[in-house]
Design a protein around this ligand. Structure first.
Ligand code: PLP
Length: 363
């Protein structure tokens, strides 16, 4: 167990790499010889600008982001993106397809209704969102403003394994809960967005990766702060950015690089999730996974105990044993282990062992 004496399986905000926290602690009072904290520096100072530009450069390098994309740091969480996307790219009487894979897709869809005519491209709501639709179920129109999907469904524990080739229809993805968990082909997307607080750093920063050509097509008659182009033109320094959050995000990205990059992180994420899925699959129905096996998330592992009373006991005993954040989302209940990048393999081994021991004693 790490020095903080807990295994953090929180869904978000969630675990950060210990090495990053320790470095931030060391640099907190006197940031790299400036005699000030990073939080006390002007966002126009060379010391801060270096941090800012380095964070952008690391994102570009880790994801191999092509030249025709901008990386933006915004505020308002992924939730504000639900509104900014249709505000910028949808118009009355224009359609946009939404693939419905959970509550976050529903929230994004509801905002789009305020601006145009979004419609459901596919939905797995009837089965309580336990599965990602198949590619051949995605029927949308070639003249749509965009197609929106949620790459990882934090609440239900499902994740897209592959993404559709949408041709001329701009593909937009909410990657809040699996950004930087594996390599992806950014060129498939017109836009990717994510709140930072799961895989990237503290809450308060939203990362947007956006293709330059769609910036030009955006509605010009909207408030300045809500235009992507405002932030693109000013390197996300139009106004005071969340400087401490961006510094932390840059340090988390540096930690990913030092951990061997996204290939290595992806391999570790697979190994970590397998430990817990194996405990579920080998339990003869004592633990029941929520997600369809093909759609299982490597970030959020959702399960129940067949016996509801035992489930309460499981969560209580797990808490006493130092496992934090295992309660399922309030909208679905059950249990959820979030195994984001910064959750160490040891924590997953310990949870898998705990699950087996609990079954042995109570099964
Ligand atoms: N989208 C997904 C997939 C999420 O998991 C969350 C938060 O958990 C959100 C959006 C909302 O993000 P925020 O709280 O940054 O607005």
């Amino acid at each position: 167990q790490n020095i903080r004496d807990v295994y953090n399986f929180n869904a978000g905000p969630s675990a950060l790499p210990l090495a990053v926290l320790e470095k931030a602690q060391q640099e907190l009072v006197d940031f790299r010889g400036t005699g000030m904290s990073i939080m006390e520096l002007s966002h126009r100072s060379p010391a801060y600008e270096e941090v800012h530009n380095q964070a952008i450069a690391r994102l570009k390098s880790l994801y191999s982001i092509p030249e025709n994309y901008e990386v933006l740091f915004l505020q308002g969480g992924a939730s504000l993106q639900f509104s900014m996307i249709p505000m910028n790219f949808l118009q009355p009487e224009k359609k946009a397809g939404y693939v419905m894979t959970g509550v976050w897709s529903e929230k994004a869809f509801a905002e789009a209704k305020l601006f145009g005519e979004p419609y459901h491209v596919a939905s797995t709501k009837e089965s309580n969102y336990h599965i990602i639709p198949r590619m051949d179920e995605l029927q949308y129109y070639e003249r749509d403003a965009y197609l929106h999907l949620t790459s990882n469904n934090t609440i239900y524990g499902t994740q897209w394994k592959d993404f559709p080739d949408t041709g001329d229809v701009p593909l937009i993805a909410d990657m809040s809960s699996d950004i930087m968990s594996k390599p992806i082909d950014v060129s498939k997307f017109a836009m990717i967005y994510a709140g930072a607080q799961k895989n990237l750093g503290p809450s308060g920063v939203t990362v947007v990766i956006i293709r330059k050509d769609i910036l030009e097509k955006a509605n010009p008659n909207i408030p300045t702060m809500l235009k992507y182009s405002t932030h693109a033109k000013s390197n996300s320094l139009y106004h005071t950015p969340p400087t401490f959050g961006i510094y932390m995000l840059g340090e988390v990205l540096s930690w990913i690089e030092e951990s061997g990059g996204l290939e290595a992180i992806a391999k570790q994420n697979e190994e970590k999730a397998k430990l817990i899925y194996d405990a579920i699959d080998n339990s003869n129905g004592f633990y029941l996974g929520h997600a369809d096996i093909e759609s299982r998330s490597l970030m959020n592992i959702t399960f129940r105990l067949a016996d509801e009373e035992l489930e309460k006991k499981f969560l209580m005993e797990a808490k006493s044993a130092g496992f934090v954040g295992l309660n399922g989302h309030r909208s679905v209940g059950g249990c959820r282990a979030s195994t984001y990048n910064a959750v160490p393999l040891e924590a997953c081994k310990a949870l898998s062992e705990f699950m087996k021991q609990f079954q042995k004693k109570n099964g």
